[in-house]
Design a protein. Structure first.
Length: 308
C-alpha cells in the first residue's frame, strides 16, 4: 500500500519530548520491581553474537536461559514453580546446532533464534541471504532475525524493500521472522516509520530496532515511532506484530522502562514473549543482581551468581 506510506509524517519534536518524559518516570520499588523484573526475564532473547563464539559458551548461555535466576532466589519470591526461563537463545547460524542440541539435552523447549540475511550489515547478495536463512532453519532455528538493506530505505525503494522482506519471510517457512530495521542508520523518524510499515506488510512477525552493532541502537524515540506504527497497522488490519528493542539495554531499570513504555503505547496484551522481546547479552546479569538485593538486602559477590 504505497499510498499509505506516502502519507507518513512524524512530528520529531513531539516524539523527542515524549521520550524525555519517559526518562522521568518513577522507579518501581520492592515487590513491584521484582515482579516487573521477572516479567522482563521471560521476554529476553539471551544473545551471544561474537566472533569467538564456540560450543562451550553457547552451551553455558543455553543453561543460563533455562535457569536465568538462582533457584533459591525464586523460592524466596515463591516463583520457583512458575517456569521462568528466557524467551529464546539467539546465536549465529553456525552455532544453531550447538544451541539446539544443548537445549534438547537439558530437556527444555526454549526456541533457538538465529540472525541471518547478511547480519549485521546486510551487504550481501539476496541469494546469499535467502540461503543463509534456509540453512539456519534446517539447523533447527525456530526464529530468524533478518536485517534489511538500509540502502533501499535511504533511496526510497519501498517496493524493493517489500519484495526482499517478503522473500525472506517465505524462506523462513514455519519459523517466526523478526525484521531488524537498524534504525540508527535510516536517517529519519519518517524512514523508521515507513520501514516498519513495509516490514509488517511483507509478513514480519516482529520488528526489531537494531543489530546491536550500530553506533546508535535501541532508543526511546525510535521505540515510540515503531510502536505507533505497530498500533496503526493493528488498527488497519487487525493483525498484531511484535516489537523487539535490542542493543545497549544493559540495566534492570532500562528493561522496566521498556516494559512500561510497551504497556503505555500498545497495552498489556503486548507484554508477553509472543509479542515483546528484549534483545540483550548482559542485561540478565544486572536483573539477577537486583533480584538478589531484593531478597537478601545486599548485592552479590562476584562468585555468587552464575555467568551467562
Amino acid at each position: 500500500e504505497l499510498g499509505w506510506i506516502s502519507k507518513v509524517y512524524v512530528n520529531r519534536p513531539a516524539v523527542v519530548r515524549h521520550a524525555e518524559q519517559i526518562k522521568k518516570w518513577k522507579t518501581l520499588k520492592g515487590n513491584w520491581q521484582a515482579a516487573w523484573l521477572l516479567k522482563a526475564v521471560t521476554c529476553i532473547d539471551l544473545t551471544t553474537l561474537s566472533g569467538d563464539d564456540a560450543p562451550s559458551n553457547v552451551q553455558r548461555l543455553c543453561f543460563k536461559a533455562k535457569h536465568p535466576i538462582r533457584e533459591d532466589l525464586l523460592k524466596a519470591l515463591d516463583m520457583h514453580d512458575k517456569g521462568i526461563t528466557a524467551a529464546a537463545v539467539c546465536v549465529y547460524p553456525a552455532r544453531v546446532s550447538d544451541a539446539v542440541d544443548t537445549l534438547k539435552a537439558a530437556g527444555c523447549n526454549i526456541p533457538v533464534a538465529s540472525v541471518a540475511a547478511g547480519f549485521p550489515a546486510g551487504q550481501t547478495p539476496l541469494e546469499t541471504k535467502l540461503a543463509e536463512i534456509r540453512l539456519a532453519v534446517e539447523y533447527g532455528a525456530r526464529e530468524i532475525d533478518i536485517v534489511i538493506s538500509r540502502s533501499l530505505v535511504l533511496t526510497g525503494q519501498w517496493e524493493g524493500l517489500y519484495e526482499e522482506i517478503r522473500l525472506c519471510r517465505a524462506a523462513c517457512g514455519d519459523a517466526h521472522m523478526k525484521t531488524i530495521l537498524a534504525t540508527g542508520e535510516l536517517g529519519s523518524f519518517a524512514n523508521v516509520y515507513k520501514a516498519s510499515m513495509i516490514a509488517m506488510m511483507a509478513g514480519s512477525d516482529f520488528i526489531k530496532t537494531s543489530t546491536g552493532k550500530e553506533v546508535e541502537n535501541a532508543t526511546f524515540p525510535v521505540g515510540i515511532v515503531m510502536m505507533r506504527a505497530i498500533k496503526e497497522y493493528y488498527w488497519q488490519t487487525g493483525y498484531k506484530v511484535g516489537f523487539k528493542p535490542a542493543g545497549g539495554i544493559r540495566t534492570a531499570k532500562e528493561a522496566i522502562t521498556w516494559l512500561m513504555l510497551v504497556k503505555e503505547e500498545l497495552g498489556v496484551e503486548w507484554l508477553t514473549p509472543e509479542l515483546f522481546r528484549l534483545g540483550a547479552s548482559s542485561l540478565l546479569g544486572d536483573i539477577e543482581q537486583q533480584i538478589f538485593y531484593h531478597v537478601t538486602g545486599s548485592y552479590p559477590l562476584q562468585h555468587e551468581l552464575a555467568m551467562a
